[in-house]
Structures are given as structure tokens and as C-alpha cells.
Design a protein around this ligand. Structure first.
Ligand code: NAP
Length: 518
């Protein structure tokens, strides 16, 4: 069994009190990782005082080039990373590609954005403003890298993408990173950092890794630091109210739970291309990564008139999914990540079932290629509720596994959006319709409650990865339950790591600064 060390202060260090990481399909122990006794205050200081200046010396284009070098280094070891995602993440190969290729794709996308920003070391924000009748008195906003460290705390479901998507934005902004992957699935994240260190891709201190639990990492937050967190809303809430976060006005971005919905329009008749796309996206979201995707569809809103048909079609397709050890050929869905996660999913299914009825369950599940009784398996589960049912748990409890509920509605846009809004804010919801009036109406009703709205249509069926895929150029995050955060979104994502400052003074002086002249 290997030990995952942390890379802090520019070197590999081993912490105490390790926990064991296992293969969730077989429960075979794979690695140990612990962080007890590590000097995390010193690690943050090293990042701030060594990594920060090295990054800020570079232009956006140069930092973009670093991101491309990172992407190339990971691409060269893709098979190794895919293998780790299968073994330690319970991912099928296709799930593993989603994580690992998503990581390289996002790094490359931000590399491209860096190239576009060119030789500037900071961003000029908007046009200059005349502040008096005479144009001499001038105003201009700039955005400069913060002088602190970005602490990235990630969830277990995307060890590669989670690390890379946050790192891409922070590093392009010129802010050093200390990344903490979730302990249970940290092997891919750890290997990524080993690859980057071996290749000496980044300047010392620009990127550090904490393997093991967070320990006192967040106790040392200073006023120039930022925290980007992905995980449960409970942990997010704890981080927000840390005294040092409040005292130092530390920026905290939270990506948390979300009861994402898919709404089928009344015009999308069974058998139509739009209907087929809807079925495909719902089934993909229930089964991909065993439903452990923050963006996965949890609530399936369908016109009451076709609810039985949709339910039967979905149940039929879910019944054809082969569940088992993802290392085996032909397995379409692996286990969930941990024993705790499995218990949580089982509890959640029981809770949702109180609101309605189990349509497709996993009582007869026999995972392929697994010793009986081993592994953290749950088969795909579909539930349904009555039209107009209160269904309090369906609209308030996220089951982070292969589980969704069919919720019938009358067919009207305002009613459907009202039902979706009961989820109290989400990352993404999707609408499957070709009816322009319905779409416009529902989009305006859904928009205040979401970070992203996916418009599923036959017109984009062939090229769309579905609502569950987060694209680097679009915002990822959502209000309310989803954490209130915003990541990615192309250049928008940089704002979190930059300090906006308004300059006010003589125009020639300000223009000289804006142009970066000495
Ligand atoms: P979690 O228990 O909150 O853990 C998330 C991360 O926080 C892990 O790295 C964990 O470390 C760390 N952590 C736990 N307690 C901490 C504390 N007191 N201080 C600092 N860090 C702490 O969540 P999870 O169970 O891994 O993730 C599942 C949840 O994440 C789901 O509810 C899902 O909706 C959400 N999620 C959201 C998104 C999104 O983008 N919005 C994406 C993926 C997942 P250890 O692993 O070492 O405990």
C-alpha cells in the first residue's frame, strides 16, 4: 500500500494519523494519507511569499503557457490517471475520462484565455471615466492579483477536474494555490501533482497539495487569501462562519448541493427527437459516475399527460444498465465512492420514497465482477410522485447517487418553474422543448434560481454533452442551496482572485499606469 504525501513548502512531506483509501468496487486497500503534524501555517506562508511573487512576475500569456504545459503533462500520463480514477474512484473508463479529460480541457481553455489577454500583468476593467467637466480628472478600474494564497478544498467526485478547474483560474490570475482533495479519492489528484512536480512545470510555491484531512489549514487565513470550496452545504456553512474568515473578510466561494431539474415541455411528444434527447440526458445523469455529479438531474418534471410513458421509458433504460466493478468490460455503472456515501444514498432513497413510490429499484442488484457482499454498490433508482404532491423531501434532500424522481406537472411554464424553484437554488436545470414561447417564459422564471440553464433541443442533440457537463467558458455555481458561488465562466472566474481597485486622478498619469509603462 502506498502512502500519499503532501507537497508543501516546495517538498514532499508525510503527515500522521493516516486514513486508508480503498477501491470502492472491491474494498481493497490502496493507499494511506494523513496530515497530522504538518506545519500548514508555514506551507501557506511559502505559497504566499515564494509562489505568489513568481506568478505575479509573469504576464497573463506566460501564465496561460504554464497552464498549457500542465495540460500537456497530464495528457501524456492520461492512461495512468484514468486507471487511478477507475481503481480509487469507482469510475467506469468513460466516467474516468469525464474527470481526467475534463481537467486537461479546462486547463487548455484557460491557457487559451491567457494567450488572449497577452502581455498584461493585470486587467483593465471597463472604459476610463471622466469625473469632471474637464477630461483631465479621470477614473479607471484595474484588477490586480491578490497577494495571498488560494485554498482549494474539493469534493470526492472529481479529483482531477476539481483540482484542475480551480487551479486553472487561480494560476492564470497570478495567485498561488494550496489544493486539498477529498481524502477518500485523492489518488488521482496526488498523481497529478507528482507529475507536475517531476516535470517542474510550475515555479516553486505556485501549487501545493495537502493530502489527508484539512487539519488546521483554514486557521491561518489572512486578509489577502481566498477559499474555494466544493462539497456539502454543511461543510460550506462551517467554513463561511470561521472567525478568521469573518475577521479578515476572506473571500469564500461555495459550490454545494443542488436539486437540479429537467423539465420536459408539453410539445415534446414521446418518440420525438427532443423527447429522445431528454431520456438520454436523464439516464446519463442518473448513471454517469453513479449519479455522484453535483450537476446531475435529480428531479424530472414531465407533463402529467405523459408521466406514465416517461416513467416506463426511463425504467426500461435504467433496467438495461450493467452495474459492477468498473474494471470489467461491459460495466456501465460503478459503485459509489465510500461506505458512508452508500449508507447516505440508502437513507436518502428511503426518505424520498416516503413522498411517493419506487418505480425502479435495485433489490435484485448483482454487481458484475465483484465478490458477493463487497463494494459500495447501489443500482439506478427511479421514484415518482403524484401530480401536485407536496413531496417535501424530493424538493429539499439531495441524494448524491444514481437516484431521480419523476414529478408530473400540468404542462404550464410558470407552474413548472415554481416547482423547480422549490429546490431553493440550483447549479443547472434543463428544459426540453421546441416551443419558443414556452422556452422564453420558463427561462425567465428559472433564471433567478440558477447558475446555468440548459436548453435541450433536437437542433443541438448531436453536439451537446448534456446539462451535467460543466464547460469552462460558462459559469458554474448557483444561488441558495447550491452555495451562492460562481466558478469558471471564462474570464469572469478571474475576478474572485483579483482585487478591483478604482484609480482616480490625472488622466495622463492613470493612462500611463493602465498601459503598464514604467
Ligand atoms: P464534504 O464532506 O463537505 O467534503 C468536501 C471537502 O471538504 C473534502 O475535501 C473534505 O475533506 C473537506 N472538509 C470536510 N470537513 C472540513 C472542514 N471542517 N474544514 C475544511 N474542509 C473540510 O462533501 P463530500 O461528501 O466530499 O461531497 C459531496 C457533496 O459535494 C455533495 O453534497 C455534492 O452536492 C457536493 N458537490 C458539489 C459540487 C459543486 O460544484 N457544486 C461538486 C461536487 C460535489 P475530507 O475528505 O478529508 O473529509
Amino acid at each position: 500500500m502506498i502512502t500519499l504525501r503532501s507537497h508543501l513548502g516546495g517538498r514532499w512531506v508525510e503527515g500522521g494519523s493516516p486514513q486508508t483509501l480503498v477501491n470502492p468496487a472491491t474494498e481493497e486497500p490502496l493507499a494511506r494519507a494523513g496530515s497530522a503534524g504538518l506545519d500548514l501555517a508555514a506551507a501557506l506562508e511559502f505559497a504566499r511569499h515564494t509562489g505568489g511573487p513568481a506568478l505575479r512576475e509573469l504576464t497573463f500569456a506566460q501564465r496561460g503557457q504554464l497552464l498549457q504545459t500542465m495540460a500537456d503533462a497530464l495528457q501524456a500520463r492520461r492512461d495512468e490517471l484514468l486507471d487511478l480514477a477507475v481503481r480509487n474512484g469507482g469510475n467506469t473508463r468513460s466516467d474516468a475520462k469525464f474527470d481526467v479529460d475534463g481537467a486537461t480541457f479546462t486547463l487548455s481553455a484557460y491557457a487559451e484565455l491567457g494567450k488572449g489577454l497577452g502581455e498584461a500583468p493585470f486587467l483593465v476593467d471597463g472604459e476610463g471615466i471622466s469625473l469632471a467637466r474637464s477630461p483631465r480628472f479621470h477614473g479607471q478600474h484595474l484588477m490586480v492579483p491578490r497577494r495571498g494564497v488560494a485554498i482549494h478544498v474539493n469534493a470526492f467526485n472529481f479529483p482531477a477536474w476539481g483540482l484542475a478547474e480551480k487551479a486553472a483560474v487561480a494560476l492564470l490570475a497570478g495567485v498561488p494555490v494550496v489544493s486539498k482533495p477529498a481524502s477518500s479519492s485523492a489518488m488521482a489528484a496526488h498523481r497529478i501533482v507528482e507529475i507536475l512536480v517531476e516535470k517542474q512545470v510550475l515555479p516553486p510555491g505556485a501549487f501545493s497539495l495537502l493530502a489527508g484531512s484539512a487539519g488546521d489549514l483554514l486557521d491561518h487565513l489572512g486578509p489577502q487569501d481566498v477559499v474555494a470550496f466544493t462539497g456539502s452545504s454543511d461543510t460550506g456553512a462551517k467554513i463561511r462562519v470561521l472567525p478568521q474568515v469573518i475577521r479578515n473578510s476572506v473571500r469564500v466561494n461555495v459550490e454545494a448541493d443542488s436539486l437540479n431539474a429537467a423539465v420536459l415541455g408539453a410539445d415534446a411528444d414521446p418518440g420525438s427527437e427532443t423527447y429522445e434527447l431528454f431520456l438520454k440526458d436523464v439516464v446519463r445523469d442518473i448513471t454517469q459516475k453513479a449519479g455522484q455529479k453535483c450537476t446531475a438531474i435529480r428531479r424530472v418534471l414531465v407533463p402529467a399527460a405523459v408521466a406514465d410513458r416517461v416513467r416506463d421509458d426511463l425504467a426500461g433504460r435504467l433496467g438495461a444498465i450493467t452495474v459492477g466493478n468498473p474494471a470489467h468490460e461491459g460495466v456501465r455503472m460503478g459503485p459509489v465512492a465510500t461506505a458512508a456515501q452508500l449508507a447516505d444514498v440508502r437513507r436518502g432513497i428511503d426518505l424520498l420514497a416516503r413522498d411517493g413510490r419506487l418505480v425502479h429499484g435495485d433489490a435484485a442488484l448483482r454487481p458484475v465482477g465483484v465478490e458477493p457482499g463487497k463494494g459500495f454498490f447501489v443500482g439506478p433508482v427511479l421514484l415518482e410522485v403524484e401530480p401536485g404532491a407536496e413531496a417535501p423531501s424530493v424538493h429539499s434532500h439531495e441524494v448524491f447517487g444514481p437516484v431521480a424522481t419523476v414529478v408530473p406537472y400540468s404542462g404550464g411554464a410558470v407552474e413548472a418553474a415554481g416547482v423547480v424553484a422549490r429546490g431553493r437554488g440550483g447549479l443547472v436545470s434543463s428544459v426540453y422543448s421546441e416551443d419558443a414561447t414556452f422556452i422564453s417564459q420558463i427561462v425567465m422564471e428559472l433564471a433567478p434560481f440558477h447558475g446555468r440553464i440548459f436548453l435541450g433541443s433536437a437542433k443541438i442533440a448531436e453536439m451537446s454533452p448534456g446539462p451535467g457537463t460543466v464547460l469552462p467558458l460558462l459559469v458554474h455555481g448557483g444561488p441558495g442551496r447550491a452555495g451562492g458561488g460562481e466558478e469558471l465562466g471564462g474570464l469572469r472566474g478571474l475576478a474572485f482572485y483579483l482585487q478591483r481597485v478604482a484609480l482616480e486622478g490625472p488622466r495622463p498619469t492613470i493612462e500611463r499606469i493602465t498601459k503598464g509603462l514604467p
